[in-house]
Design a protein around this ligand. Sequence first.
Ligand code: AMP
Ligand code: MN
Ligand code: MN
Ligand code: MN
Length: 285
Amino acid sequence: MNACYDLHCHSTASDGTLTPVQLVARAAEAGVDVLALTDHDTTEGLLEAIAAARSAGLCLVTGVEISVTWAGQVVHIVGLGFDPGNPALQAGLAGLRRFRDWRAEEIGRRLAKSGIPGAYEGARGYSNGHLISRTHFARFLVEQGYSADMRKVFKQFLTRGKPGHVAGEWAELDQAVGWIKDAGGQAVIAHPARYGMTRTRLRRLIGEFQEAGGTALEVVSGSHSRDEVFTMARHSRDFSLCASVGSDYHGPETPWAQLGRLMPLPDNAVPIWHDWSISKTQALA
Ligand code: AMP
Ligand code: MN
Ligand code: MN
Ligand code: MN
């Protein structure tokens, strides 16, 4: 049987609800053979995940999901298989977390002005000493009854034109790809069908990503429909890029996204792991 890969998920080090240890245990239960932990803008959970993976007998690939602003829009670039000790990568991620710290306070101030007090403190509570994401604000707002559920809350409060929206000032595309590559890793455009881009704009993004040295598109994502998977597989072939696979799992609260429960890659896609040697993934585990 083919190995089960899940190369995109989150822990409590960013906006997931399971600790790295719990996440690895759940992945092992779900039959995942090769897992990448890809928290937003931090590698904080990796050491714990590596240790847990060693005892659970699965391969853990180092990962991160970097926030990027490209042509005025936020896109996410996943890094896989890099050296987490790389100073340039860590300096880049630290810069993004400084922006997150400021942004979290600014979101709190804006929500306070619109009649919602205590949101910064609430979100900080949910983040439990780790970085603060909009997801933590969303949990606070739902918990306090300002919004019915996690889907509605983003639309009502946290996206462009809404009271808690603050424009992102994230990394540049070639910067993010550069950090990943300099650290020995491979860069992947996360959930490419989720950006609401026209075909022309998406292909411009993919072209610039490829020129910057990117490796793959996340062809199979927990958030892609079947049609989107086939469309993204074709884009990956057109640009001679590889294809990656990831659930974007954030925890058991979102039952529609499960670790390792993913469509197989279409036959015309070249898996990003095609030249990973077992020894490489095991060395990382
Ligand atoms: P941030 O990087 O802090 O701006 O937060 C982005 C995160 O918010 C994403 O990684 C998702 O986990 C979550 N998110 C964004 N939009 C939505 C949405 N419409 N519904 C649910 N979660 C969302
Ligand atoms: Mn997230
Ligand atoms: Mn993402
Ligand atoms: Mn993600």
